[in-house]
Each structure stands twice: as C-alpha cells, then as structure tokens.
Design a protein around this ligand. Structure first.
Ligand code: 2PG
Ligand code: MG
Length: 412
C-alpha cells in the first residue's frame, strides 16, 4: 500500500522542441513516478485532446488547482486515479484537462506504485507470471506529416526483424537495415543530406514506390529474404491524404489521386509486392468497411488501426464487429489515461486483435511505453529506430529482456 502524498508538474519540451507536460507523483513521501507526455503530428479525429484550448499551461494549471483530489489515493489503484481525473474532466476526450495530463498523471502514479512495490513497472501493470518481448518495429524511412516536401506521401516505412530470436538481434537487425538504406540513398543521390524525419527514419526525396523499392533493397543487400529474417511494414496514415470534399486520397507529392477503390488496389499491390507484414491506416480513419475488405484479403498481414481505432474501446468494439482490423495500435495518450488504454487492451486481447504499443512522433526520453507494451502482451513495439528519445525505449527493452519473468519473443 502506498498512498499519494504529493503531485506536481511542469512544462518541458518534447523531441520536436514543442511544449509538453511532465508530472511528478510521490507516494509515502518517497516513491516518485515521473512522466512526460508525448504528442502526435498525424492526430486521429477521435483521439483525446492533448491540451485544453491548445494550451499546455491551461492543462497544467487545472491539474495543480485540483491536486488535492489525488492526495491520499492508492498509487496502484488505476481506477481511483481515473475517477479523480474524470471528476475534474468528465468530457469523453479529456478536452478540459487534456490527454497529456491524463497520460502523465496515470502513468506516473503507476510508476510510483511500482517503486513502492520494488518491482519494474510492467510487473505492477500485469498479474501475469511470464511475459514475451514484443518485436521492435522501426521506422526506416519517413514521409507524410513526419518529413518535409519531396519525401514520400506515405508516412512511414518500417522494418521488423521477425526471424530474430532475441531482443538484441531484433534491434541490431533493424539498425543494420537502417544503415544499409542510408548507403543506398547516398549512392542513388549524391545530394542526399542524411536528413531524417521525426522518428529517425531517413527523409529522402523519393516517391512512394521508389522508397519501398530501396527499403526492400536494403534488406536484400544484407542477405535477408523479405518475410523470413525481416519484413517491411507501412504506416499509410491515409487520413492525411483523404479529402472529404472530393472523396479521394490526394497524393500531392507524387501527383495523383486515388478513389476509395483505387486506394485498396494501391495498398494491395504494395502488400503483395513487398510481402508487407504490417499495414497501418491503409484507408482513412472512418473507412471501417474498406479496412474490413483488406483484413479479409490479407490474413497474414497485420491490418492495423491507428487513427481508425484511436485506442478507444467503443470504436474498437465497432471495428471488431465489422472485422475492420486484425491488429490495433495502443497509444495511451490517444485514450487519455492508462486506465482507458488498459480497457482497450483487454478488449483487443479478448477478441484476438494483436496489439502494437506505439510512441508518438513528438516524444520524451521516457521509456514507460516499453513496460506498457510488455504488460499488454503487445506483439510489436513501434518505438522508432535512432535518436535519443527512440533509443531510450529500445534500450529499456534490452534491459528488461534480462528479467527472469520475460521469456523469449512474442509470436507475431
Ligand atoms: C503514427 C504516429 C507514430 P503521430 O501515426 O502512428 O508513428 O505518428 O504520433 O504523428 O500520430
Ligand atoms: Mg499511425
């Protein structure tokens, strides 16, 4: 038992240099949980609002004004923390206090509890007696909302070392592919600056198709066969391209438009040609039926909802009903609190929807999501590839792989 004795917060900066909120929760006057909230660039329409009135200061002020509501609560009691948050902000999308506050308070409280229990956070969050390491899913090439003009319209090309037997091998392989891709990009374009997008993937001047072709070449140059040692994935982040007026997907950088039917064709060709193991938000965030078409067509690919399901259990229930996906992204800040996210995870698990716990493009150097990925039985951890804020999470996965309760890699 460890009761919360203090709660405080401050404005800090995220990896994009934008303001964000960090919260400290102390229980029994000595066990501190400290969490800094991330934020997205391609934000789903139905996710929790990051900051009320777009102001981190307002979110922080509202938290401080209501600090007393948390004092005396049991730090491990996720429901009590959720209830306290809801008593301040009963809106469904945390528009009064902000998802950043809900994220930081709920995870900091759990971290404080884990320190009081003298165990790692993942163990505090799950009563399981054995855990599997999720596979790191690394962004090797960025475009869309994560990189500038000239880069591909699609947001992320990802690599996953599905043949790896250990976390170390999995991370090493992803890094090798990332490095080999740089060599290829340099040889293709003597003016390539080695510029990177928000999550560490290269940001070259290339169209979608060429970007995938070179990513596949990087794997092959290293002697890997796609679908064996490594697989590629794509986050299409299709809501970025979707134009609700013309009802088309506008690929403005590549200079073409897709009707909804053409989009399915476009995605299907890529899945087949590059044996994609992973396709996220392949159609826009409200196209549940088109997602279902892809899910039926590609049972061996993780047809994944991100903006589609926004870590919202009611929306996931609808997606399950319509068979819109076989996998879903879990981002705690989309849901708001850890309690909301764990409910989402339980529903996914119950319905055999594979979970991928994910970072945001604007991150802190925290590594709590690595623990959350383990605790939720996530198959993959989408936590980037290089850059301090990404490597912090990968390194935590390596440290945790030494723990007695973690045996082997997840089954994807
Ligand atoms: C995504 C995420 C993370 P953002 O779309 O999956 O990669 O990006 O945080 O910008 O929403
Ligand atoms: Mg996404």
């Amino acid at each position: 038992m460890s009761k919360i004795t203090s709660i405080d917060g401050r404005i800090l900066y995220n990896s994009r240099g934008s303001d964000t909120i960090e919260v400290d929760i102390i229980s029994e006057n000595k066990f501190m949980g400290r969490v800094c909230a991330p934020s997205g660039a391609s934000v789903g329409k139905y996710e929790a609002v990051s900051f009320p009135e777009n102001s981190p200061e307002t979110g922080l002020r509202r938290l401080k004004e209501n600090a007393e509501k948390f004092i005396g609560l049991e730090s491990s009691d996720m429901t009590a923390i959720y209830d306290a948050l809801k008593s301040i902000d009963p809106t469904p999308n945390y528009s009064k206090i902000g998802g950043a506050v809900a994220f930081a308070v709920s995870i900091a409280s759990a971290e404080s509890a884990s320190r009081a229990q003298n165990q790692p956070l993942f163990q505090t969050l799950s009563s399981k007696s054995n855990f599997k390491s999720p596979f790191p899913l690394g962004n090797i090439l960025g475009g869309g909302a994560h990189a500038g003009p000239g880069t591909p319209d699609i947001q992320e090309i990802l690599v996953c070392a599905i043949g790896a037997k250990t976390v170390r091998d999995a991370i090493k392989t992803n890094l090798l592919v990332h490095k080999e891709l740089r060599n290829i990009l340099e040889s293709q374009d003597p003016h390539f600056t080695n510029g990177r997008g928000d999550e560490g993937g290269w940001a070259p001047k290339l169209n979608n198709e060429k970007a995938l072709e070179l990513s596949a070449k990087a794997c092959e140059n290293l002697g890997y066969t796609l679908g064996q040692e490594v697989s590629l994935g794509v986050d299409f982040a299709s809501s970025t391209q979707w134009n609700t007026k013309s009802n088309t997907y506008e690929y403005s950088r590549a200079g073409f438009e897709n009707s909804p039917a053409e989009q399915i064709e476009f995605v299907s060709e890529m899945i087949k040609k590059y044996k994609l193991i992973y396709a996220e938000d392949a159609v826009h965030e409200e196209a549940f039926e088109e997602m279902a078409e892809l899910t039926a067509k590609f049972p061996d690919t993780l047809i994944t909802g991100d903006d589609l399901t926004v870590t919202n259990k009611d929306i996931l229930a609808n997606a399950i009903n319509l068979k819109s996906c076989n996998a879903a992204i879990l981002k705690v800040n989309q849901a708001g609190s850890l309690y909301d996210a764990m409910k989402f995870a339980a529903l996914a698990d119950h319905n055999s929807i594979k979970l991928i716990t994910s970072h945001r493009s604007g991150e802190s150097t925290d590594s709590h999501i690595t623990h959350i990925g383990l605790a939720t039985g996530s198959k993959m951890l989408k936590i980037g590839i290089v850059g301090g804020e990404r490597v912090a999470k990968l390194n935590e996965l390596l440290r945790l792989s030494e723990h007695d309760l973690i045996c082997g890699m997840a089954e994807v």
